[in-house]
Every structure is written in C-alpha cells, then in structure tokens.
Design a protein around this ligand. Structure first.
Ligand code: ARG
Length: 460
C-alpha cells in the first residue's frame, strides 16, 4: 500500500478499506491519458517558472520512459497503488527522485481524473464514430446494389406497401448518420480542458491553463473550477448517445432475426456469423444479432447507473464519482464490439431477393395503388377505398392477388377498370411512382443516395 497522505495519519489504511477504495484495477486503462496530461502539466510548470526547466525536462523524460515501459510490458500495475494517478507519480519518483515530487504542484487528483476521463472519452468517441462510418459505408454499398430489389414494407408487422431493399436499408443508414451527428455535438461540449481547477478552487500558482488546453488539443479551458472537477455531463451524454446507437442496432438485429427465420427467409446469415445447436442438427442460429439486442439492455443499464450515481452529489468532487468508470468503460467496450460485429454480419448476409419480391407481391401491398388508380379515373378516394376493400375480400375467397383477377371480374365490381390497371398496380410501378422527397421511387431515391454519398464522405 502506498498512501499519498502519510503526514496527517498515524495508522496505515486497513487492507479491506484499501481494496474497497482502490480503482487501479479498472482505471489502469487511463495510463496513456494520465501521462499525456502530466506531460502537458509539467511543460507548463516549467514554462511558467513554477519548477525549473531541468526539473520539467527530467519529469518529461521520466514520464515518457514510464509510458514506454507500460507499453512494452516491462512495467506492470502493482496492486499496492490506489489508482492510476498515484501509480504514475510513485513510479516517476522512483525513477527521477526529487524532481518527480514536484509534478503534482498546482494540481489535484480531482482535476487530474476529470482530465483523464475526458481525454479517454474523447478518444473512445472518435473510435465509435469511425466504427459507425464503416457501418455506414457497408450500408451504402448494399443500398447501391439493391435499388431494384423489391420487398414488402410493414406497419404493425403486417405487409403494407412495397418498397425496395435499398430504401429499407436507407432508413437504418439515416439512424446511424444521426448517431454520428450526435457524437460530433457531444464532442464540442466535451472539448474543454478541466486541468488547473485544482481540488475545487483553482490554485495560487500562476498556471497557464490555456497552454495546457492547447497542448492537449482542447478548444479552450473550462471557466468554473468547482464545476470542472465534478462535471460528468459529457459522460452521461456520451452514454446516452451510445444507448441510442444500441437501440438502433437492436431494432436492426430484431429484423435480421425475424427475416432470417424459417417463416420469412428474406435473409440468410453467413455460416461464419451463425452458431449451431448442440441437440438440434438443423439449427443455424443468429446469435450475433441476438447478443447485440441483448447487450442493449446492458448499455442502458450503464447509463442509468451513471445518472443515478450523479443525482445526489453535492459540489464539488466526491468519491462516488470513481464509480463512473466501470459503467462508462463497459458501455464503450460493448458498443464498439457490437458495431464491429454487426457490420461484419451485415456485410456477409445473403438477401434472398426472390423470396422478398414474392412476398411483396402477395399480401395486397398494391391495394393503395389500386385505389389511387381509380382516383385518377375520377372515383373519389373514399369510394375507391371501399371498392378495393371489396376486391381484396374477393381475392381472399379465391386465394389470389388483385392482379390475378380478370378485367371482367374487376369490371363486375367497378366498371371504371381498364386494361391499364395491371401496369398501374405492378410492383415496379407501385414503388417507382412514389417520388415524393424521401420516397422509394427511383427518381426521389437517386437524390437520397447522392446525399448519403456526400454525408458519409464528409464524416470520414
Ligand atoms: N480514483 C479517483 C477517481 O476515480 C481519483 C480521484 C481521487 N480524488 C480524491 N480526492 N480522492 O475518482
């Protein structure tokens, strides 16, 4: 055990208290951020003449050697340290002696941990955005290849109107583009540097906070020291954006599971992304999609944990805030692996175009268009709706589709029908006539694709 507060205490910390209190076992992953922050702090202390130039140089090279040794595996995280901050500081003192004791001048672990978590979160946010970008590109490729793949669109999980697979996939692309936008918004608010806020009330040393902010690629330094050490809003915002990403992935997963079922057979998962059953030889299960759907609950849980941890914390730093880490790290790790695996699954899935198209042709997905046909011929929409309703009933009795009825049969129900009805209610016409902005019609859709191409390139 290496306490940082020896002076005031007459007894060593109880071992169980130490174990309960420590965070090194999980905050060790902050080592790079912690060292980067300390490098900037040390340079600033030297530049400001708070420590000598030689001391600053010696601290910088000591920190760099610690970083190198952690990365090459020669320096491991011993259990005697409380957290990553004390681990790095103690190792620095071991390596360079007294100069190392000056690193913590004008700094507290409170602003240090606030900085480390922000640096870590910023990198993770960028990684999530990159993974989203790969998913978006995968979707765009599928979209471009399936502009003429027809499938039924559903409402209430009942066949409603025909769409194209490209149009359907674009709905998910829209969601993932919004997710990227959300991350970029969050990044702007996150990108203010808390270092220099001290324990809670700043410091009497002439720190150059703007220098540190710039060194660490922040847009600016924060403006209130009490808020700076106890702000975890950016984490809550990030976890809520991650929850929304998971919600989108989960909806998509749910549909892939459904479409992969024996009943739908719209898609077939690749063998490499499926699993078998230990007892039922015929099984090929969509475990990846199911796990992504399941892990959504876990990420929501992490967000709820963080919100609940923060709700009763008085200003400024309190140890409760150490509890932010495991929840936040879990959410970040989970979302990254879900995005990666889901993208792999999606890029290897086979879409059974024949089954989708056949399904779109059954189930009266052209009923609205049949009514619209009558409207064009002068029948008021409400009457047309009733006429087509009767036609659907006849078809159900005869177990056929609208286009299977002869012109004579159609005319018997409504004399307005002519030979051109068959073309008007064909699958292709039904889809391609829908050219309102955002619709699946070929002209409208072409515009959407151009928009996606620009957006995805921009987000790179
Ligand atoms: N391990 C602590 C955390 O994660 C670091 C800050 C400790 N500060 C303190 N005053 N005890 O929050």
């Amino acid at each position: 055990m290496a306490d940082l507060w020896g002076g005031r205490f007459t007894k060593a910390t109880d071992q169980e208290v130490f174990d309960f209190n420590e965070s090194l076992s999980f905050d060790k992953r902050l080592y790079r951020c912690d060292i980067e922050g300390s490098l900037a702090h040390a340079k600033m202390l030297g530049k400001q003449g708070i420590i000598s130039a030689e001391e600053a140089e010696s601290i910088v090279s000591g920190l760099k050697s610690i970083l190198a040794d952690i990365e090459n595996g020669t320096l491991t995280f011993g259990p005697q340290y409380e957290d990553i901050h004390s681990f790095v500081e103690a190792n620095l003192i071991d390596r360079i002696g007294d100069a190392g004791k000056k690193l913590h001048t004008g700094r507290s672990r409170n602003d240090q941990v606030a900085l480390d978590m922000k640096l870590y979160t910023r990198t993770e946010l960028d990684k999530v955005n990159e993974l989203l970008n790969v998913l978006q590109k995968t979707l765009l490729d599928l979209i471009k290849a399936n502009k003429e793949t027809y499938m039924p669109g559903f409402t209430h999980l009942q066949k409603a109107q025909p769409v194209t697979l490209a149009h359907y996939l674009s709905a998910y692309l829209e969601m993932f583009l919004r997710d990227s936008e959300r991350l970029c918004d969050i990044r702007k608010r996150l990108n203010r540097c808390p270092l220099g806020s001290g324990a809670l009330a700043g410091t009497t040393y002439p720190l150059d906070r703007d220098f540190v902010a710039k060194e660490l690629l922040f847009d600016e330094a924060t403006t209130n020291s009490m808020d700076s050490v106890s702000d975890r809003d950016y984490l809550i915002e990030f976890l809520s954006a991650l929850s929304v990403i998971m919600m989108h992935l989960s909806r998509f997963s749910e549909e892939m599971i459904l479409f992969n079922s024996n009943e739908y057979r719209f898609v077939e998962m690749d063998d490499a992304f499926s699993t078998g059953s230990s007892i039922m030889p015929q099984k090929k299960n969509p475990d990846i999609a199911e796990l992504v759907r399941g892990k959504t609950g876990r990420v929501y849980g992490d967000l709820m944990a963080l919100l609940t941890i923060m709700k009763g914390i008085p200003l400024a730093y309190n140890k409760d805030m150490q509890e932010d880490k495991e929840a936040a790290f879990d959410a970040m790790d989970t979302v990254k692996s879900c995005l990666h695996l889901f993208t792999g699954m999606l890029s290897t899935v086979t879409f059974r175009k024949d089954v989708m198209e056949k399904s779109a042709m059954n189930g009266f997905t052209n009923a609205t268009d049949a009514a619209d046909y009558l409207v064009v011929k002068g029948v008021p929409f409400r009457d047309a709706h009733g006429i087509i309703g009767r036609i659907v009933l006849t078809c159900i009795e005869k177990n056929c589709s609208i286009e299977d009825l002869s012109l004579a049969e159609l005319k018997e129900i409504c004399p307005v029908f002519e030979e051109d009805v068959y073309d008007a209610i064909s699958l292709k016409t039904c889809v391609n006539k829908r050219n309102t902005k955002g619709g699946p019609g070929s002209e409208a859709f072409e515009e959407a694709v151009q928009f996606y191409e620009k957006r995805i390139l921009l987000d790179k």
